[in-house]
Design a protein around this ligand. Structure first.
Ligand code: AHG
Ligand code: MN
Ligand code: MN
Length: 336
């Protein structure tokens, strides 16, 4: 029998270290954890309860919604709207900000989330996840609007993700460290299994959707070309490639064994400067990666410093092991 501490115990111990802490953040995180357990349960049952496949609808980004995108979004809303810790929520799957229903008290935080990341993997039984980020609601704002969510990633109070893979895990950064917790579904609790996760500095593994190669900018084309040339090219070493098409799964791999992940700027659709969403995907993952000793950039600027202009803004993302990300940045500087 394992004797690791539970996620609840970890959060309460963490809270006790801050003398002035009110416990609100701990309670909010507990509700998010319950939402993730609930989503894990539905994802796990899959075809048995008829939740696979398309919802026959599109989200605000013009992407097809899976039934599980909609179900997971509803679960996060339901589990978090009542607790009195939030002033509002915003999700990849909802056009507008979600205001807290009038029967519930308001709190000081904002919750931003991608309810089901990598949902194209659902029907093929591959890893998917939930990404979340907590911001402070600006003071004196009772009914937050989209503008109140437009805060740079450096303002995040906390960020994390759940990965629904062979094990269900939650990875979280509350203070300065990144910790991973594994769900023991018999006990119904997450246990601390991955303490102080760190991104290894050196890596020989890259993740990018190579089918977009012709749409990339020259610095990214050069970097990937050099990785592919391996020991025979300027890098003088061989690289390996992975592409799960689920950012949660890629970031989890990078936190475990290193690597670089890129969804760079491309010209595939000129109206979109990148595919991934700044608020729901790039910012929370960048905070986690930086706190774990890695780096996250668009190639030209640090992601966490960007002042968002709109709720559903997309940006290029290049993150992971510091030395590799620095090489990609240096190619942008040289070739711009
Ligand atoms: P989502 O399922 O929330 O829309 O996110 C999918 C994202 C990201 O997780 C992944 O890295 C990327 O889109 C995959 O894109 P491609 O299908 O273009 O490879
Ligand atoms: Mn996503
Ligand atoms: Mn999603």
């Amino acid at each position: 029998m394992h004797n690791a501490i539970t996620l609840t115990q970890f959060l309460i111990q963490d809270q006790r270290r801050i003398v002035t802490a009110s416990g609100e953040l701990t309670s909010l995180l507990n509700d998010i954890v319950i939402a993730c357990k609930h989503i894990a349960n539905v994802v796990n049952k899959g075809a048995l309860i008829g939740v696979l496949g398309s919802a026959e609808s599109e989200n605000i980004q013009g992407e097809e919604q899976k039934k599980l995108d909609v179900i997971s979004n509803d679960i996060v809303l339901t589990r978090n709207e009542w607790g009195g810790h939030l002033a509002g929520m915003a999700s990849e799957e909802m056009e507008d900000v979600y205001n807290i229903p009038p029967q519930y008290p308001r709190g000081k935080y904002l919750l931003v989330f991608d309810p089901l990341d990598g949902s194209s993997n659902i029907d093929i039984n591959m890893s998917v996840g939930t990404i979340f980020s907590i911001l402070r609601c600006p003071e004196d704002v009772v009914e937050p609007t989209a503008t109140d969510f437009l805060q740079p990633g450096t303002e995040q109070v906390c960020a994390g993700y759940a990965v629904y893979g062979p094990s269900t895990m939650i990875v979280l950064t509350t203070g300065n460290a990144v910790n991973g917790f594994t769900l023991d579904s018999n006990v119904g609790e997450f246990f601390l299994t991955h303490e102080n996760m760190r991104v290894p500095e050196n890596t020989e593994e890259f993740a990018i959707n190579v089918s977009n190669e012709r749409f990339w900018e020259p610095p990214v084309q050069r970097y990937i070309d050099e990785c592919i040339k391996g020991a025979n090219g300027p890098r003088g070493k061989n690289f390996n490639m992975r592409w799960v098409a689920s950012m949660v799964a890629e970031v989890h791999r990078i936190l475990t064994r290193g690597g670089i992940f890129m969804y760079p700027k491309d010209t595939k659709d000129k109206s979109k400067p990148g595919k991934l969403r700044l608020l729901y995907e790039a910012n929370p993952m960048s905070l986690i990666i930086e706190r774990a000793g890695g780096m996250a950039t668009t190639g030209r600027e640090r992601i966490l410093d960007i002042l968002p202009e709109e709720l559903h803004q997309r940006i290029p993302v290049i993150l992971g092991s510091k030395k590799e990300v620095e090489i990609v940045c240096s190619y942008h500087r040289e070739m711009d």
